[in-house]
Design a protein around this ligand. Structure first.
Ligand code: GLN
Length: 314
């Protein structure tokens, strides 16, 4: 249902007030040194309706590391470039394992279960390098984010990218394993250079919410009516978000919230309300599965207040 702006503002302020008072906030990601120093006491939320101005509360204009949320934009680019042939190299099933797990790759000959776990996104990055250098591909992902968010100021946070490049042994292992199985074409370091930099793009809740609107609008960018993805592909990306967007907590998120979502270890969660809006909540503290603790709670409350779950109101 469409909710009037003033009413939505009250709902968001109320959610921000409530989560600000919660003492359990989760833990910031420790394995990326640059993210380990982010202040836990921040929370923001922004709703970008497909046919109106964004509404927000809390620290909705603070930049944070979008991390795995970038996998939505890189997947979008890869589908634009190679279309359905992408699915020869990456699957469409939830993994049930952590986002950086290697175990399935051995059983499934280097084909990752889906594009939203790390090995899947690393394959997607490799697809983007088929006819371009890492620098060019980073610029393409960045420019897609800038266009969709209608904000040319969006940048890669170099300190975060360097931090991941230095400490990313686990992602390196995933990439080398897939290389050995013949599922990476470009040199591993080129692929990782793109992957780490796309993860290090810094955006705010408001920018991300605006950027996600095409997925709520059947693949069309509401800003200018241009087609980002066909309606079928946009629907497929949101299906993947629902099934795989929160890693091995995707079932739990669907159970509690019931919206297609993509989370990142920077503490952001992008949710799509099909036909209505794109929403981002952010708070840096993560739960044990790597999803933002307070942003997850915020989405539960938002869905309760708006009835926006795709499975019906509660
Ligand atoms: N850059 C992070 C990594 O590769 C992304 C993980 C995430 O956000 N879940 O580990």
């Amino acid at each position: 249902s469409v909710i009037e702006t003033g009413e939505l503002q009250v709902i968001l302020e109320d959610i921000a007030d409530r989560v600000a008072g919660m003492s359990e906030r989760g833990k910031v990601a420790q394995y990326i040194p640059e993210l380990a120093s982010v202040d836990l006491n921040q929370f923001g939320i922004a709703v970008a309706p497909i046919d109106g101005a964004p509404v927000s509360a809390g620290n909705a204009d603070t930049l944070f590391s979008i991390q795995s949320i970038s996998k939505v934009f890189s997947l979008t680019e890869a589908l634009q470039h190679v279309g359905a042939t992408l699915w020869q190299r990456v699957g469409r099933e939830p993994s049930g394992d952590p986002f950086n797990s290697i175990v399935q790759l051995e059983h499934e000959r280097g084909i990752p279960r889906n594009p939203f776990i790390n090995p899947g996104a690393i394959v997607v990055a490799d697809v983007l390098l088929e006819d371009r250098s890492s620098d060019e591909a980073v610029n393409d992902v960045l420019n897609l984010c800038r266009t969709l968010a209608e904000d040319a100021s969006i940048q890669v946070d170099k300190a975060v990218a360097d931090s991941e490049m230095r400490t990313g042994s686990r992602n390196r292992a995933l990439a080398h394993f897939m290389k050995a199985e013949g599922n990476l074409k470009a040199p591993v370091e080129d692929v990782l250079s793109l992957y780490f930099r796309q993860c290090s793009i810094a955006m705010s809740c408001r920018q991300l919410a605006v950027a996600g609107r095409y997925l709520a609008a059947a693949g069309q960018n509401p800003a200018d009516g241009s087609t980002v993805l066909s309606a079928q592909r946009a629907r497929r990306v949101t299906a993947l978000m629902m099934m795989c967007g929160s890693y091995d907590a995707s079932g739990e998120f669907a159970f509690r919230v019931g919206l297609p979502a993509k989370s990142g270890v920077g503490g952001g969660i992008l949710c799509i309300v099909p036909g209505i809006a794109s929403v981002t909540a952010w708070s840096p503290g993560l739960d044990a599965k790597g999803n933002s603790h307070l942003a997850s709670i915020a989405f539960q409350e938002l869905v309760r207040a708006t009835g926006w779950s795709v499975f019906g109101p509660s």
